[in-house]
Every structure is written in C-alpha cells, then in structure tokens.
Design a protein. Sequence first.
Length: 378
Amino acid sequence: MRKTQIVDTKRFSGSFGTLGTAILLLFFAFFTSAAIASEHSGEETVHKTGDHHTEKEPIGAQLSEMILGHVSDNHSWDVFGHAVILPLPVIVYNETEGLKIFSSSNFGPHGHKTYEGMKLVDYGAKIVWADGSRADKIWNFSITKNTLNLLIGSFLICVLLITVARKYAKNRGKAPSGFQNLVESLVIFLRDDIFKTSIGPKYRKFTPLLLTIFFFIFFMNLLGQIPFFPGGANVTGNVAVTGVLALIVFIYVTVNGNKHYWKHIFMPDAPIGLWPMLIPIELFGVILKPIVLMLRLFANITAGHIIILGFFSLIFIFGGMQEWIGYAVSPASLGFGIFMSFMELLVAFLQAFVFTLLSALYIGMAVEEHEHHELENH
C-alpha cells in the first residue's frame, strides 16, 4: 500500500512538473507575442507624402525593424515592448566638447529625437552626429543593453558558482544534491570526457579558462531566452562578444603553443620546395580557427532569436491582410514558437558545448607533445 502511494506521488509530481513547464513556456510565448503587438501598435512609423497626407509604414517593414532591433544592441532596454522602457546611461567623448554623461531618455522614448547634435542610428545601437558634415569622432563608452545584461549575467554566474563551491567545500565527501549535483555533473563530464581527451596531461592548466567559457556562454544563452528584464538581450549573438571570446582562445593557443606546434606551421613535414605554398595555408588556418569560433556562435544564436520572433510575427503579417486570418494562424504560430523555444534551450547548451570543445581541441593541438616521433628517431 505504501509503495503504491509513493508511485502515485511520483507520478503526480512528474505530471505537475511537466504542466508547470508547459504553463511557463505558454507564458513566455504570450509575453513575447504581446511585446511584439505592443511594439507594432506603439511605434507605427509614418512617412510624409504631402502637407496633409500620411502613410503608415507596411507591417512587414515594422516587424522587420522590430526583429532587427531585438537582435541588435541598444542604448535603452525595452522591459515590455515599448510600454516600459528602461533608459541607460550614455557616456560619450569628442575632442571638441569633451566628456558628456546623460540619460538615453533624452533621445525620446523610441530613440527618434536629436539631443545636443547627436542621434541614434542602427536601431539604437550607434550614436552619430545629426549633422553628417561634422568630422570629429564620437567615442562611445555607454552602458548599452548588451553591456548591462552581460554585467548582470556575470554577477549571477559568480553568485551561483561561488555558492556551489562553498557548499561543496562544506559538504566535502558527501553526495551532492540539487543545483550542486547539476553543476558538479557538468564539470566532471567536461573535465573527463572533453578536456582530458582533447588536451592531454596538461589539461589542468586550461580547465579554469574552458569552464569559465562554457558556463558564461551557457548562462548568457539561457538568459537571452527570457523575453523580459533582465533577459531578452542578444549578448552571445553579438559579434563583439563572440569575437572577444575567440580572441582569448587565440591568445592562449598562441602563447602556449610548443615548438612542435610552431615547427608544423613554419617547417612542415614536406619537401622544402612545397614550403612556400604550405606555410601560408598553415598560417591561414591559424587565423581562420578563431574566426570560425566567433561566427559559429554569433550566427547560431542570432538565427534562433530571429526564427522565434519570425513565427510570432506571422500572426500580425496575416492579420494585416484579414483580421480573421491572423486569429486562424495564431495557434500554429504559437505552437511553432513554443517548439522553437524548446529547441533553443537545447541549442543554448549545444553552442556552449561546441565552443568549449573546439577551444579545447585548438589548445590540445598547440600543446601536444610528439614523444612518439622522438622515439621513432632513436
């Protein structure tokens, strides 16, 4: 009797967990589609075609602007569509007027106003002179949406992992539980199956770097899936962020590369007559590896955001033709959007894993010891 009660309790808890997950995803889907609707209705771009006649921008152009605005950086943060906007500090410098610090709200709620001769372009990502003839450069040190999201995400990662580390130190020798069990399982999996096999005996030296890269990308990917503050930013879909991560890996590979690594590049095992052809190819491969790391992460994460928003946008595209068609396609649009949200949770892990795996392989190629060649020579 007691076993039956335990089984029933487990079934109930499993069903409850599945139901809770479904409700949460439906809420995210509603939140995202509501934000799109708010943006569509709150920002109808108008073109003047005469003194007394105006024409609304086509709905397709509005949705395209909304999607590109979402995946781009911005000097303000749309907490919920355009209904609630969080202004961010703008810090700019130019040789003529010196340092200026002000709120992005001075550019207006949608960033269409000019302030002190400056305006926002590229969906709010860049600040330029309203007077295009000015030659003095604007140096922008502002706290943008991606910058603030990166700082918030990094702080949360530190809090979570430091808490896990302290709990591990406190309960040393005991079986882990809860979030500690999840983190420890990931760390052991990456260490034993990726770092040891890809790098070899020197894996300990690079484990802190690779674990930091993995958890940073994974957490920022997950944070980007949340459609409201403090999520919703496209940090790992920003080529500057992925470029810096790839540059760090490139520097580690270059600094730690041993003599065998550099010999393979500048003195390949081939007839000397082929060296003028092989050396440029090897150097091109060295430069290409971090570029591939940068573009792979940037393209996959950005594509995921665009696809999800594209599915939700179908409601308003068809609704612009006939209102009843918009209602008719909304279940399918929401269904595909929720499915892609599930897929993006998997992609969040896979992209962090692939970036870390390729980084470990590149480092392993640079520090690999060719002891077997030396034995053969003897």
